[in-house]
Design a protein around this ligand. Structure first.
Ligand code: NAD
Length: 336
């Protein structure tokens, strides 16, 4: 029996995570889930978006599945997602994007993984107005040598462990000569330690164009926090959209799995959300727990369901969609 934390989240989170749990259970894996609330539901109940008992539960189980959590824009509480990454030093954000046969998209054979630095630079939240009149604001993006080394090493080790051939570092070292420059310098040093893997680098603006024009040239992509955030949404758009994109947040003491997408308030509570991304995040969680056979079965069933396109949500089949729950049931049927 495994123990793990479930944070259902808000918006579409509770409905898609419920489906994910049902699918994992149907695959025969025994997990005792400790369900805790964070974000908007926790503010209602505990007046705190990230209560201490949530942190304590993750500290204990060391693994969590998380639904999306709304972050108010501008004012309001700081991102719970960012706070969790900081608290557990979840420095590696791993976001795979792979084409699924049958899903309408621009390319048939995309298979890339974005490894995003998850704790530094513009997500560190070091920002403020410079005066009481709020006439200007500044943010400080700190990139450290230690932070760069560990994420770049993670990317190369990931490439080696998964039989991947190339690591592309994405940066803006021509303009951000110190922060991005440091990241690039470290990437060349670490890359030299992995002669079996091709080391490449691209400037972020060119990278955005190259990924749209010819994504097949990429394999593992490693980059700093903000670039990684943007590129991973772009990558999900290459293989059928946010509804299919999972992600893992990995640290030394804990791992947290979630969909790349957010809480989708525009479709919340309508049984419209695609549950595939969080189910695939569950697949990553199962592999982390060394439940590879169950992970493979679920992944195959998701690919079959999505590829057939008959019992999928509106984002994948606008003409004849089914609901979130019904898509989950079809995935379970395809597992048998
Ligand atoms: P979003 O990802 O929630 O939605 C973007 C678009 O994609 C919307 O049109 C939405 O309907 C659609 N979409 C997203 N997930 C879908 C799914 N599973 N099935 C079908 N369609 C789906 O992005 P947003 O609207 O910019 O953000 C909403 C909130 O989510 C914000 O508060 C943001 O901060 C938060 N957010 C949280 C996380 C997280 O918890 N890790 C990640 C991203 C955004």
């Amino acid at each position: 029996m495994h123990h793990a934390v479930l944070i259902p989240g808000d918006g579409i989170g509770p409905s898609i995570s419920e489906v994910a749990l049902r699918v994992i259970e149907a695959a025969g894996v025994k997990i005792e889930w400790e369900t805790v609330e964070a974000g908007l539901p926790a503010i209602d109940k505990y007046k705190d978006p990230l209560p201490e008992h949530v942190l304590e539960a993750i500290r204990r189980t060391r693994v969590a599945l998380k639904g999306p959590i709304t972050t108010p824009v501008g004012s309001g509480f700081r991102s719970v997602n960012v706070a969790l990454r900081k608290e557990f030093d979840l420095y590696a954000n791993v976001r795979p994007s792979r084409s699924i046969k049958g899903v309408k998209s621009r390319y048939a054979d995309v298979d890339l993984v974005i490894v995003r630095e998850n704790t530094e630079e513009f997500y560190a939240g070091i920002e403020h107005y410079i005066d009481p009149a709020r006439s200007a604001a500044e943010t400080i993006g700190v990139v450290t040598r230690t932070g760069s080394e560990r994420i770049l090493r993670y990317a190369y080790e990931y490439a080696r462990a998964h039989g991947r051939k190339k690591v592309t570092t994405v940066h803006k070292a021509n303009i951000l000569k110190y922060t991005s420059g440091l990241f690039l310098e470290v990437s060349r040093k670490i890359g030299a330690e992995y002669p079996d893997i091709i080391t490449d680098d691209k400037i972020i603006d060119n990278m955005a164009m190259q990924m749209v024009m010819n994504p097949l040239q990429f394999d593992v992509i490693v980059t700093t926090n903000l670039f990684g955030d943007i590129l991973s949404d772009l990558a999900s758009g290459l293989v059928g959209g946010l509804g299919l994109a999972p992600g893992a947040n990995i640290g030394y003491t804990a791992a947290l799995f979630e969909a790349v997408h957010g809480s989708a308030p525009d479709i919340a509570g309508k049984n419209l959300a695609n549950p595939a991304a969080i189910i695939l995040a569950g697949v990553m969680l199962l592999r982390h727990l060394k439940e590879s056979a169950a992970a493979d079965r679920i992944e195959k069933a998701v690919e079959e369901t999505v590829g057939e396109g008959k019992a999928v949500t509106r984002d994948l089949n606008p003409g004849h969609p089914v609901g979130t729950t019904e898509m989950g049931e079809e995935i379970i049927r395809n597992m048998r």
